[in-house]
Design a protein around this ligand. Structure first.
Ligand SMILES: [Zn+2]
Length: 360
């Protein structure tokens, strides 16, 4: 690693595949203000040659950059120029290498200015097998002398590029295996496109929460004062690949929410809240151990234990919830999520609009 003599560069984040986390979209924890300087990042990429499938490496990377540009407020540019990704300077280089800080498959090392991401070097392990393809992962079969057969996974360079660019834009790993920002090592078995989960983190961090497909509008407080907190949530039957509002009894549901606290509340001790209103009038609150009935009063509201609030806090309201096995009948469900601070008793910052869905 070469980190010497780097004036003006504040910090390095090594964001490595296979680093397990348990969150829906999540900003990088080490750098809680993970915005990109000027909402723009330019990668210098000139990787010679084409993949086995005939797609030039440069084209695959440009397509990945374009997806982020099209779907988020950050402009991800590429210029055709060689820049050594192992050289820690202010130029964002991209390349295959085994010369620097690649540990598992691929790495994004961000560099910063005034606390914002000014660029990132993306390294892809030159000792791994790469191609560009859609659909399921592929295996390479190697027959060794003596009859031993070895199976090696071939990685889709475009999908891993999407993932590493996401780190360069300040995202950590997500809990949903279908999302590009999942930490799953097998990049070939899931989606090739950015999901709502991937998009929301970047759009909120970069000042355009309305671009987040899962934003819950009209955030509110118990006291009635305005809040800059954001609340995101949705209901999925396919592990976060798509979100819906109408479900059948055969479905298994994930109800996820992310609470993005006000900037002045970062790292303060507080609690997360989720309450459920059913169409038959019942009110439930989610505690650390499950759900219990709630009388609707602030005094009776129980929640998670006190914890330091991070920028984006995940609440898994339901996880792989089997409607039929739990004997759920036709019903409408509204889920409100929020947070409170130990230092402000009685005040709650919450999603004025619920996550709504119904079971038919
Ligand atoms: Zn990663």
């Amino acid at each position: 690693m070469r980190f010497n003599n780097i004036a003006g560069l504040v910090s390095v984040a090594l964001l490595i595949l296979w680093n397990p986390h348990t969150h829906a979209f999540k900003f990088s924890e080490r750098h809680y203000k993970s915005t990109v300087l000027g909402n723009s990042i330019t990668f210098h990429v000139d990787i010679p040659g084409v993949s086995d499938s005939g797609v030039p490496w440069n084209l695959a990377f440009s397509r990945a950059a374009e997806q982020w540009s099209m779907l988020t407020p950050v402009q991800v540019n590429t210029v055709k120029s060689v820049a050594d990704p192992c050289r820690y300077d202010s130029i964002s280089g991209v390349g295959f290498t085994n010369n620097c800080w690649v540990e598992h498959l691929a790495t994004a090392a961000t560099f910063r200015s005034d606390g914002m991401i000014a660029g990132a070097d993306l390294t892809f392990d030159s000792n791994s097998d790469w191609d560009v393809f859609t659909g399921n992962s592929r295996l390479k079969v190697i027959e060794h002398p003596g009859g031993r057969v070895e199976y090696r996974l071939i990685y889709d360079f475009e999908r891993v590029s999407l993932h590493e660019i996401g780190h360069a834009l300040g995202l950590g790993h997500t809990n949903f295996p279908e999302s590009i920002m999942s930490a799953a090592p097998d990049r070939g078995d899931h989606n090739e496109k950015l999901t709502a989960d991937d998009i929301c983190g970047v759009t909120i961090a970069h000042g355009n929460p309305g671009g987040c497909p899962l934003l819950l509008k009209n955030p509110a407080t118990v006291s009635g004062k305005n809040t800059t907190a954001h609340f995101v949530g949705g209901v999925s039957r396919d592990r976060g690949l798509t979100y819906d509002t109408v479900f059948q009894r055969v479905d298994k549901l994930d109800v996820m929410a992310t609470v993005v606290v006000e900037e002045r509340h970062y790292h303060k001790p507080g609690r997360l809240h989720a309450v459920v209103e059913l169409s038959d009038g019942a009110l439930l609150m989610k505690t650390d151990t499950g759900f219990s009935a709630w009388d609707g009063t602030i005094e009776a509201l129980r929640t998670t234990a006190v914890q330091p609030l991070i920028v984006a806090n995940e609440i898994y309201v339901l996880k792989n919830f089997d409607l039929r096995a739990n004997q759920v009948q036709k019903i409408g469900v509204s889920v409100y999520v929020g947070y409170s601070l130990v230092e402000e008793p009685g005040e709650i910052y919450y999603s004025g609009t619920p996550i709504k869905f119904r079971v038919q």
